[in-house]
Design a protein around this ligand. Structure first.
Ligand SMILES: NC(=O)C1=CN([C@@H]2O[C@H](COP(=O)(O)OP(=O)(O)OC[C@H]3O[C@@H](n4cnc5c(N)ncnc54)[C@H](O)[C@@H]3O)[C@@H](O)[C@H]2O)C=CC1
Ligand SMILES: O=C(O)C(=O)COP(=O)(O)O
Length: 541
């Protein structure tokens, strides 16, 4: 039974799939203090939040069972993603469910600002009939600057066009083609400042967007501009905005989100040209049901079928690609475990090479799987595909990935090399269509081996009778050989023998093998088929 904690208010109908599921126990505890959350989080496998709960590194550190933090909404700036990644916790969000709600709220705010509807309403509640104070402006033929044309920014701009507004759009990822297709004009931030009558921001809050609209930017805006923020508090510098509204340079601002929530800025609450709502962008019945449904399905998928749809800290793969990559992920895990055991030393560098068909594929997850197989030899269970690159960095190791146009003699080929100073160990492997994974190269010895759980690696000289003598010793000691492969570079020279065996081989048997003349080295290798490597195979799509 997996325990799920819901720490912010979410839709009961939306999470029904989770509450009705026999494998999950859902507990709702809202309004927890950070200390309360920290003291109970250790009991839970998954945590569902909205924007109210701040999931700090300290809370994540205390979350020993936690596998998933699910954000029933878009913004994940209330979650310490780095800490989650380090701890191996998957962070997912529900990016599509509240787009329309936030879009419509933005337009409602823009119209309310243009026509001062909230203030007119307040004056009516005070018994007045004031038709002079509340003269507004029209949106018709005005210029709207949209900063951030992702899901919400795009939908806002599309609807603003129906008011016959001119759209100036800025987003580092906005292409000329998309702008043209949607009837927007691609513009720089400065062009928006110079020309826009209304500016609306729709970016996430990041290091880059914090204070994007600051005193300097505001000083460049057109006098009389109106500004809307239904994205995140902090994208607009609140003190600078308050100053600019006070001076009259900015005619008005409509804000749904704030640097500190709940809002503690009295100027914003009471200024005649500023309208505020308490972070209501996503608060529609429809959006709340959709985001709750999305995170519920995601959590069920992660725990039951290991599919992840909207992970923030795991590489994404479509279901189709995931299916296609499955044999490579399995083989990658096996060769990584093999190479680290053969190398024995801690590597200071890892090189991954992909050839043939693999260069066309998204190999991000495969690379993580290879590195995980290496790191888990020393770090065991603490490493998974989510935290692997971070742990690698913390260990001071570097890795390089090369995609090579040649085929290396196979339709697809991957090679993994560990370096320690000038010493190296390399394993090369391929997936044969319909026949599964094969190890085809160990330190430049050509072989053809189906990896198995227990394998014996033997280094010897290529002399007559060696195979028979090794076989006899193993047979006399009850060790059944599944497969035997010999690789040599030159007749009579050094050679390797790789054997798959049905069970672990005792040290006494290994000592007996070592008494054979011309036999240099024997090593038993175990490839673990652990839960995390299974997870790796299917984790992402
Ligand atoms: N008020 C509310 O209740 C709600 C607020 N939001 C917030 O709205 C914002 C937008 O959400 P979505 O459109 O769903 O996200 P999205 O990820 O689809 O779009 C964000 C866009 O911002 C762009 N961007 C990133 N850095 C930028 C920069 N420096 N300058 C210009 N553009 C930049 C990205 O390229 C992307 O296109 C997020 O901050 C989200 O948290 C979302 C839903 C409800
Ligand atoms: O989805 C988002 O980014 C939001 O800001 C919505 O926040 P909420 O879920 O209403 O606390």
């Amino acid at each position: 039974m997996y325990k799920v904690l819901v720490s912010d208010p979410i839709s009961d109908t939306g999470i029904q799939a989770l509450t009705d599921h026999p494998d999950f126990l859902v507990e709702k505890q809202t309004n927890l203090t950070p200390d309360q959350l920290k003291s109970i989080i250790g009991e839970y496998d998954a945590l569902i939040v909205r924007s109210q709960t701040t999931v700090t590194a300290e809370i994540i550190q205390a979350a020993d069972r936690l596998k998933v933090i699910a954000r029933a909404g878009v913004g994940v700036d209330n979650i310490d993603i780095q800490a989650a990644t380090r701890k191996g916790v998957i962070v997912v969000n529900a990016p599509n469910g509240n787009t329309i709600a936030a879009t419509e709220h933005t337009l409602a705010m823009m119209l309310s600002l243009a026509r001062q509807i909230p203030h007119a309403y307040i004056s009516m509640t005070e018994g007045k009939w004031d038709r002079k104070t509340f003269k507004g402006v029209e949106l018709f033929e005005k210029t709207l600057g949209v900063i951030g044309t992702g899901r919400i920014g795009t939908e806002v701009a599309k609807r603003a066009k129906s008011f016959e507004m001119n759209i100036l759009a800025y987003d580092p990822y906005l292409t000329e083609e998309k702008a043209q297709k949607l009837g927007f004009t691609k513009a720089s931030l400065d062009e928006i400042a110079e020309q826009a009558d209304f500016i609306t921001v729709h970016t996430p809050l990041t290091k880059e967007t914090k204070g994007l609209i600051d005193a300097n930017y505001l000083s460049k805006t057109k006098p009389g501009v109106r500004i809307v923020n239904c994205a995140r508090g902090g994208i607009i510098d609140e003190a600078a905005l308050a100053e600019a509204v006070k001076s009259g340079h900015v005619a008005g601002a409509a804000l749904d989100v704030f640097e500190h929530e709940p809002l503690d800025n009295e100027t914003f609450r009471h200024h005649p040209n500023i309208i505020v709502t308490p972070h209501l962008g996503a608060s529609t019945a429809e959006a709340q049901e959709k985001v709750a449904q999305s995170v519920s399905e995601e959590i069920i998928d992660i725990f039951t079928s290991q599919n992840i749809q909207h992970a923030i800290n795991v590489p994404r793969m479509s279901a189709e690609v995931q299916q296609k990559m499955k044999p490579y992920l399995e083989l990658g895990d096996q060769i990584a475990q093999l190479v680290i055991q053969l190398f024995k030393k801690a590597p200071d560098k890892i090189t991954v090479d992909y050839y043939g068909d693999l260069i066309e594929e998204d190999t991000g997850l495969l690379t993580r799987t290879l590195i995980k197989g290496i790191l888990s030899y020393h770090l065991s269970d603490s490493v998974n595909i989510i935290n692997v690159l971070q742990l690698l960095k913390e260990q001071g190791l570097t890795y390089t990935v090369q995609k090579n146009a040649s085929r290396h003699g196979f339709a697809n080929y991957m090679s993994l090399t560990l370096h320690h100073g000038s010493e190296t160990a390399t394993i090369g492997a391929t997936v044969l269509n319909g026949f599964g994974g094969r190890i085809v190269n160990i330190n430049d010895y050509r072989i053809d081996l189906i990896p198995e759980r227990y394998m014996l690696s033997i280094r010897h000289f290529d002399v007559p009778g060696m195979i028979g003598r090794v076989g006899s010793i193993l047979g006399e000691n009850g060790v059944n050989i599944g497969n035997m492969q010999v690789g040599r570079k030159a007749v009579g020279g050094e050679a390797i023998m790789m054997l798959t065996v049905d069970k672990p081989v005792d040290n006494q048997v290994i000592d007996k093998l070592l008494t054979l003349p011309d036999l240099e080295h024997v090593q038993l290798v175990e490839i673990k088929d652990d839960e995390t490597s299974n997870h790796t195979e299917e984790a992402v799509h």
